[in-house]
Every structure is written in structure tokens, then in C-alpha cells.
Design a protein around this ligand. Structure first.
Ligand code: NAD
Length: 499
């Protein structure tokens, strides 16, 4: 067990700068209007750094830098770009602890996740796209009339990227790695709640990239995000965030006729078929763990399994065991490697979650676990902690239909296969889902019948770089990860050649 010292204390392994600027053209640049905002750590509810408050003027500077850099970067070979991406991956690997501490302090998530998942995955995504771009091939086809059609992949040019606060580094990397591999220059805006960890990352890797290839402008949604997403100077906007914001992004993009990739909200069902409880074995245990994963990352996961659907014959037995399992999840100091449930990312988010707990009580859902703000005392007493909370109810309740984005689970039963699939699909969203069954046919069929871009079958919450990720229905447009992501950052050039 390790408890990392809090930043600012004598034994701390990370020191934040008191003030972070924007990263433009390969250097730190002060915001044109000279304004800053505070980044607050959810671990203790206290500000720890000031960050440049970017506006349209800063976005223009960043776009100038990106446009200067894009032509040369776009003409580098796939091998050259792959070498840069691999170097970035090496730097991330060599600084896992530093980046994990930055992410945990900025976002509040438990260090065991950032150390073991977020940061290693970030390195792996760079390696994956380094390999994918080298392996990508064009094509040619013989046409009638002695013509040959050659198809080439070309970068789009300058692209915009807007990031949410729940996995700041990993969400940025999901966008940066394919865009860079494909040869684009980028202007990226982090979320205003969690800008610093991305700035710690760029401090580490910034010099590996030619100046202007990656630019970071901090700031708020309307002040900095909107001028970026609505700029006629970008050839694509990639956005991860709420579905309501995604609608706006699509409107901005339509004005300039550019593509938008949207990774939006979710209300993912997690189905447990009755055969799960046929034996009290390792599979049963894994399924119970899969249930408790709604609290993973404090429930601030777009694919959080926030609706558990349990088949009627095992409802009481499985739910009883699953609630007991969830109660064992250790909530505590996010800097402690034993902690499983850390802090919510912001005070706004904390209040939103608590308001949904009230809504659940008012609409008659039965509270089975938690239901309160957690006071961890001492230095953490002002941090943003919520107890993992389980409600029992039915799928028409707001608890089951609206994205809470916290450690709040809504549980109900289903009566046979068709009912299970109908409840699973009775949602606006279609991002993630889980299916648990010992019967391969049932599991496979359910995986195909659920309307979601990612269905985990007999597992949950794995995000390998090679598996396509994205939403059905109101959960988004486009895919990240896998070689499909390259398509979203490239355009096809056809040369039709006569001999
Ligand atoms: P959000 O939409 O409030 O903000 C996301 C980003 O958009 C922030 O950087 C914000 O500053 C910016 N923004 C806000 N208004 C804008 C505007 N008018 N124009 C341009 N930019 C604007 O979302 P959030 O609260 O930061 O993130 C949580 C949401 O993200 C949840 O709904 C979650 O499901 C979703 N999410 C989805 C995925 C996925 O892959 N599908 C992954 C992570 C998070």
C-alpha cells in the first residue's frame, strides 16, 4: 500500500506550477486578454493552480500556429510520424507516476486507476496509431479505357478537438494519437474543470513535436470552445462531452460544412441472465464484480453500467450478493493505492449527483445502499465525495433514463430474453452495454440485439486501442480507437490516370 503525498507537501512527487499558460506554436503563451481561472483539486476542494482563460483571440493565435505547421507535418512520411508517436509513448511510460499524480489531483479519480489504466493506456494508444499508420495502405483499381484509379489517404489539415473532464489525459490522447498519425495539426481545448493534467502532459511531450503541430488553448465552453468549433479555419471538429453540447457542435460544424465526431453521453444497461447464478464459482464472482463497476471512476464514465438489469429467477439472490460486494468498495483518499472510489471531479458534479439522489427518493425508487455525500474528514473534508449508491426501481424513472455521471446505480428486473433486450434498448442512448451469461448463444445474441456501439460480453470496462468505440442513437457519431479512427482524420485523394 502506498499513500502518495499531496502536492505542496514536502514529500510530494509532483510540483505544479502556480500558473499555466496556453501552449501555442511550441511555447507557453499568455492569454490575449490576460485573464486566468483557478483549477480546483476535487481531492480537497482547494485551488492548486491558475490557468489561462482563453478566448476567441487565443484560438486565432493557435490556429495561426497550426496552419503554419500543418503543410510540413502533413508531408512527413508515415514512418517519420510513427517515430514521433513512439517517442511520445516512451516519454509517457517513463513518467507514468508523474502523469498519474497529475491526473488524480486534477480529476479526483483513484491513483490505482490512473497508474494502472489511464496512463499506460495513453502510451499504448500512441503506439497503436504509430503502428496503424505504417500499416495503412492505399489502393488502386484498373478502370475501363486504360485508366487506373489510385486512392491515397491525405490529412485533413488543421483540426479542432474538445475534451471533457472525466478522463482528461486519455480523452485527449484518444483524439491526438490518430490525428497526429494521420498528419494533421491540432488545436485542442481541455475541459475547464481539469486543464492542468493535459498541460503537464504537453510539458513533457511538447518538444518532441514540431512547433504548432499541437496547440492547447484553455478556457470555458462558450468563450474558447465555441470559437474553435465554429471556426471556418478547421477542417474537422472532434468533441467528447454531453449530448446537449454535442448538438451545438453539430450546428457549428454544419455552418462550415466540416465533419464532426461526437462522443456523447450514455445510460448503459448491464444485463445479468439467470444462468449467471447456476454455480458459485469464478464466473459468478466476476459477474458480481461487473455489477459493482458502476462505481468505477466514481461513475464518471460515459459507458458506466448505470442500469443493472437482472433476470427474475435470480433477482433477489444476485442483487443481495451484488449490493454486499459494492459495499466492500474502499472509498478514500484518491492518492492511496488501496482506494477504489475517489472524488467526483467538481463541486457542480457533486451537487448534480446529490440532486439525482433526491430525485430518486422523490420518484419512489428504493434506496439499497449509500445515498449520501461522503465526509472523509481531515484534509479531505472539503473534497467532493459521494457514497456508491444503489436504487431499485423501474426503467421509466428519471434515474433510469437520465445520465447522472456519478456512482449511482439503478437496478430493475427483467422477465426473459425479449423483455431484457426491450428494457436495455428503452433509452435515448446507445454507447455501452454489458451482457453476462454462461450460455454463449444467449450472450452473443444479446450482444447483437442491444443497440449500442460497444457491448462487453462477460466483462466490462476494457478499452483496448484496437477496439472501435463510439455511440449509437444520441450517444454520438463516429468512432474512436481502432484503425477506423484514422478514417475520421483523413480524406481520400483519387488520381485517375490515363496511360
Ligand atoms: P460538456 O459537454 O459540458 O463539456 C465538454 C467540453 O465541451 C468542455 O471542454 C467544455 O468546455 C466544452 N463546451 C461546453 N460548451 C461548449 C460550446 N458551446 N461550444 C464548444 N465547446 C463547449 O461535457 P462534460 O460535462 O465536460 O463531460 C461529461 C460528458 O461527457 C458526459 O455526458 C459523458 O457521457 C460524456 N463523455 C462521453 C464519452 C464518449 O466517448 N462517448 C467519453 C467521456 C465523456
Amino acid at each position: 500500500m502506498t499513500v502518495y503525498a499531496a502536492p505542496g507537501s514536502p514529500d510530494a512527487k509532483i510540483t505544479f506550477k502556480p500558473r499555466y499558460e496556453n501552449w501555442i506554436g511550441g511555447e507557453w503563451v499568455k492569454p490575449v486578454k490576460g485573464q486566468y481561472f483557478e483549477d480546483i483539486s476535487p481531492v480537497n476542494g482547494k485551488p492548486f493552480a491558475e490557468v489561462a482563460r482563453g478566448t476567441a483571440e487565443d484560438i486565432e493565435l493557435a490556429l495561426d500556429a497550426a496552419h503554419r505547421a500543418a503543410p510540413a507535418w502533413g508531408k512527413t512520411s508515415a514512418t517519420q510520424r510513427a517515430a514521433v508517436l513512439n517517442k511520445i509513448a516512451d516519454l509517457i511510460d517513463a513518467n507514468t507516476e508523474l502523469l498519474a499524480l497529475a491526473e488524480t489531483w486534477d480529476n479526483g479519480k483513484a491513483i490505482r486507476e490512473t497508474l494502472n489504466a489511464d496512463i499506460p493506456l495513453a502510451a499504448d494508444h500512441f503506439r497503436y496509431f504509430a503502428a496503424a499508420i505504417r500499416a495503412q495502405e492505399g489502393s488502386f483499381a484498373e478502370m475501363d479505357g486504360d485508366m487506373t484509379a489510385y486512392h491515397y489517404h491525405e490529412p485533413l489539415g488543421v483540426v479542432g478537438q474538445i475534451i471533457p473532464w472525466n478522463f482528461p489525459i486519455l480523452m485527449a490522447v484518444w483524439k491526438l494519437a490518430p490525428a497526429l498519425a494521420a498528419g494533421n495539426a491540432i488545436v485542442l481545448k481541455p475541459a475547464e474543470q481539469t486543464p492542468v493534467s493535459i498541460l503537464v502532459l504537453i510539458e513533457l511531450i511538447g518538444d518532441v513535436l514540431p512547433p504548432g503541430v499541437v496547440n492547447i488553448v484553455n478556457g470555458f465552453g462558450v468563450e474558447a470552445g465555441k470559437p474553435l468549433a465554429s471556426s471556418p479555419r478547421i477542417r474537422k471538429i472532434a468533441f467528447t462531452g454531453e449530448t446537449t453540447t454535442g448538438r451545438l457542435i453539430l450546428q457549428y460544424a454544419s455552418a462550415n460544412i466540416i465533419p464532426a465526431t461526437l462522443e456523447l453521453g450514455g445510460k448503459s444497461p448491464n444485463l445479468f441472465f439467470a444462468d449467471v447464478a447456476d454455480k458459485d464459482d469464478a464466473f459468478y464472482d466476476k459477474a458480481l464484480e461487473g455489477f459493482a463497476l458502476f462505481a468505477f471512476n466514481q461513475g464518471e464514465v460515459c459507458t458506466a453500467p448505470s442500469r443493472a438489469l437482472i433476470e427474475k429467477p435470480i433477482y433477489d439472490q444476485f442483487l443481495g450478493a451484488a449490493v454486499k460486494r459494492t459495499a466492500l468498495a474502499v472509498q478514500g483518499n484518491p492518492l492511496d493505492t488501496e482506494t477504489m472510489v475517489g472524488a467526483q471531479a467538481s463541486n457542480d458534479q457533486l451537487e448534480k449527483i446529490l440532486s439525482y439522489i433526491d430525485i430518486g427518493k422523490q420518484e419512489g425508487a428504493k434506496l439499497l445502499l449509500g445515498g449520501e455525500r461522503a465526509d472523509l474528514g481531515g484534509d479531505l473534508s472539503e473534497g467532493y465525495y459521494v457514497q456508491p449508491t444503489i436504487f431499485e426501481g423501474h426503467n421509466k424513472m428519471r434515474l433510469f433514463q437520465e445520465e447522472i455521471f456519478g456512482p449511482v446505480l439503478a437496478v430493475t428486473s427483467f422477465d426473459g430474453y425479449d423483455d431484457g433486450i426491450a428494457i436495455a434498448n428503452d433509452t435515448l442512448y446507445g454507447l455501452g452495454a454489458g451482457v453476462w451469461s454462461r450460455n454463449g448463444n444467449v450472450a452473443y445474441r444479446a450482444g447483437r440485439d442491444i443497440q449500442a456501439g460497444r457491448v462487453w460480453v462477460n466483462n466490462y470496462h476494457a478499452y483496448p486501442a484496437g477496439a472501435a468505440f463510439g455511440g449509437y442513437k444520441s450517444s454520438g457519431i463516429g468512432r474512436e480507437n481502432s484503425r477506423l479512427a484514422l478514417d475520421h482524420y483523413q480524406q481520400t485523394k483519387n488520381l485517375l490516370v490515363s496511360y
